[in-house]
Design a protein around this ligand. Structure first.
Ligand SMILES: Nc1ncnc2c1ncn2[C@@H]1O[C@H](COP(=O)(O)OP(=O)(O)OP(=O)(O)O)[C@@H](O)[C@H]1O
Length: 640
């Protein structure tokens, strides 16, 4: 139901301001948002802003940061400018505010020019009706929009600049967006307008960087604990289970028909897992950048209005989406940093009710991430020193995440300590698996160590190729930096696809519990090594790379593949595992699509992809695999 805003005492334009008391602010909160009282540091932040002071506000995920600029927007005539990183996020917030009868708009090139003109006309009016205007940092950087802001400011109507997700400013923040850096000009261009920086992710370095970059003057710094007491943290070990899909399915089923988000690193995993869950009666859909806009928004709408309960998504999903009753956030692959993990898992339990964070940890996933980080590092080494610092940071960030999974001790304590909070494990109150079932977790960790050792002995550790040169032409920037909105016209969700396409094909590989085909594998690996030797030699001699593998080697590799498959099939029988070998062929010169294909080949360096559910795979299909090149182009044999 739409509501007209509560007519509060108007504080008027600059110079005529009167103090808006606590009571009036609480009234605004109750009337417009239905919350009985302010939470945490909200009131302090609001009062500081209304008194014209800059503020840096650090609140946990779901803490209620938006209220810190939404209430000031209602308390004063004029406009609050909100700088937000994603169009989807702006859209959602504006929609939610409009439903409450609050005059909010966003500006982006995704809108029709008619709508944009209407908004600009309103901004030009003596007394604009708009209270909250959401924009991207890229728009701020345009001279046209800046001069518009100056005019509004000149009329005494720009009350506040709120920088949401302010960690994006900092190169130490996990969502670093170079365009955010340009916001440093705001202070000079729009003097006297208070600036509010908001984030849920701020290690001390980030805080300092944000405050310095925005040139905040004597800001009120408000920090709350990162602890999310209503979230239970748990890690499950893929390498110790037969089928992680089935395990997750059981978790979701036994939780009842609850709302959940499952994060995966690849689109294909999203699709496959979502199909699997749906087949097993779970109300579920995939959501990622590979789907068209229409489908994506219908999935989002269905999820928001509870038509579907589980979304299996790539990482960008959920930012700014205010569904409070998410009971489970599952990471099906290890996230790239503790900050990212905290943000994503923090989408659970925004209503403060008991919720769960479940991370499926797999050694292969870890290796894939390490591989991607190493590629980024080697790329950044070639660029500036600061970039190098960044890549080192990425590696150390990721190590914290690995320690969260592989280390013993309270998970909550690890999360909080990674943000610089010193806490005792008693704070957890047995609300993580390590505190609740210490013996069981210790046993798992021992088993995991053994599994890794067995795997290394069997030569399975060589999962990712050292052939980094194959990746030189690929752009990982989407994964590392969200600089995708310069024009505002590109896809407004940023997920990790490009980075993780690299490692596709090994996502569900598991270490073998059976040995015996190692000799075959060794042979195949030797063939592969020969290939690289030839390749290096060819490079030295400055020869074209196209026929680095001879037809004879190709044929013999293919034959060995078929033999190995047959033997594996016979030997494994009901165990339903089969190993796929790939041989290397040069596809240079066949275009970008083919480069991606090369990725798969290289990343499957160990020559193995473990495949479950053999019955669904016909031997004729396996034979076709011998036609190297088909395997990854057709995706017929996508694992599962
Ligand atoms: N004072 C309050 N009392 C009760 N609920 C509140 C209060 N303030 C905000 N909320 C609710 O808490 C939820 C989270 O608020 P909000 O989206 O502002 O969080 P956030 O800090 O921006 O979180 P995130 O960083 O995860 O995006 C919303 O549903 C909001 O309506």
């Amino acid at each position: 139901m739409k509501k007209s805003p509560l007519p509060v005492q108007n504080l008027g334009a600059k110079g005529k301001q009167r103090k808006c008391g606590r009571e009036a602010l609480v009234k605004l909160l109750r009337w417009n948002f239905g919350h009985p009282d302010f939470r945490g540091n909200q009131l302090e932040a609001i009062e500081a802003i209304l008194s014209g002071r800059d503020c840096f506000c650090l609140m946990p995920t779901g803490g209620g940061k938006s209220m810190c600029y939404q209430i000031p927007a209602l308390a004063k005539t004029g406009i609050v400018l909100v700088i937000s990183p994603l169009i989807a996020l702006m859209e959602n917030q504006v929609m939610a505010l409009k439903e409450k009868g609050i005059a909010a708009e966003f500006l982006s090139s995704t809108q029709t020019s008619q709508l944009r003109n209407k908004i600009h006309e309103d901004l030009d009016r003596g007394q604009p009706s708009i209270r909250l205007l959401y924009v991207t940092p890229e728009l701020i950087a345009t001279s046209g929009f800046m001069s518009k802001l100056k005019k509004i400011h000149g009329r005494g109507l720009l009350n506040l600049i709120a920088v949401d997700e302010a960690h994006c400013i900092s190169s130490w923040g996990h969502d670093f967006r170079p365009s955010y850096r340009k916001l440093s000009s705001l202070r000079n261009q729009l003097q006297d307008v208070p600036i509010l920086a908001l984030t849920a992710t701020a290690i001390p370095k980030v805080q300092k960087d944000v405050i310095d970059s925005l040139n905040l003057q004597n800001p009120l710094v408000l920090k709350s604990s990162f602890n999310r007491p209503n979230i239970y943290y748990e890690v499950r070990y893929k390498d110790l289970m037969d089928d992680a899909y089935a395990d997750l399915c059981d978790v979701l089923k036994s939780a009842g028909d609850v709302c959940a988000i499952v994060y995966c690193l690849e689109r294909t995993t999203c699709d496959d897992l979502s199909t699997h869950l749906s087949k097993n009666g779970i109300s579920c859909a995939a959501y990622h950048a590979g789907l068209n806009n229409k489908l994506r928004s219908s999935v989002l709408d269905d999820w928001i209005c509870s038509k579907i309960q589980v979304v299996v998504a790539t990482v960008a999903f959920g930012m700014g989406i205010d569904r409070k009753d998410v009971r489970i956030v599952c990471h099906f692959n290890i996230p790239k940093s503790m900050e990212a993990f905290y943000q994503e898992s923090g989408r659970a339990g925004r209503d403060q009710l008991p919720s769960r964070s479940l991370l499926y940890y797999g050694v292969d996933d870890r290796k894939r991430m390490e591989f991607i980080l190493s590629i980024a590092e080697s790329k950044k080494l070639q660029s500036s020193d600061s970039q190098h610092g960044l890549s080192k940071k990425s590696t150390s960030d990721f190590n914290l995440m690995v320690e969260y999974c592989e280390g013993s001790g309270c998970r909550r304590k690890k999360i909080l300590e990674s943000f610089g909070e010193e806490v005792s494990a008693s704070l957890c109150k047995k609300s993580c698996d390590a505190c609740k079932h210490p013996n069981l977790v210790a046993k798992y960790l021992v088993e995991l160590t053994t599994a890794i050792a067995v795997r290394q002995r069997n030569g399975f550790s060589k999962i990712l190729s050292s052939s980094t040169d194959a990746f030189e032409n690929e752009n990982f920037s989407e994964f590392w930096n969200r600089n995708d909105e310069a024009s505002g016209s590109e896809e407004d969700i940023s997920d990790s696809e490009d980075g993780f396409e690299v490692a596709k094909g090994i996502s569900r590989s598991k270490f073998s519990k059976k040995t015996g085909i190692n000799e075959k594998i060794e042979l195949l690996q030797r063939a592969e090594e020969n290939y690289y030797r030839n390749k290096a030699h060819d490079k030295q001699a400055n020869k074209p790379d196209k026929n680095a593998i001879s037809g004879a080697l190709r044929e013999s590799s293919k034959q060995r593949l078929l033999d190995a498959l047959k033997q594996a099939h016979q030997r494994l029988g009901d165990l339903k595992y089969v190993y796929f070998f790939h041989a290397h062929f040069s596809f240079n010169g066949l275009g970008k699509q083919t480069w991606k294909m090369m990725y798969h080949h290289h990343t499957c360096n160990a020559g193995l992809i473990l495949k479950h559910h053999l019955p669904s795979l016909k031997m004729s299909a396996l034979r076709n695999m011998g036609r190297v090149g088909n395997l990854f182009i057709t995706r017929k044999w996508r694992v599962r």
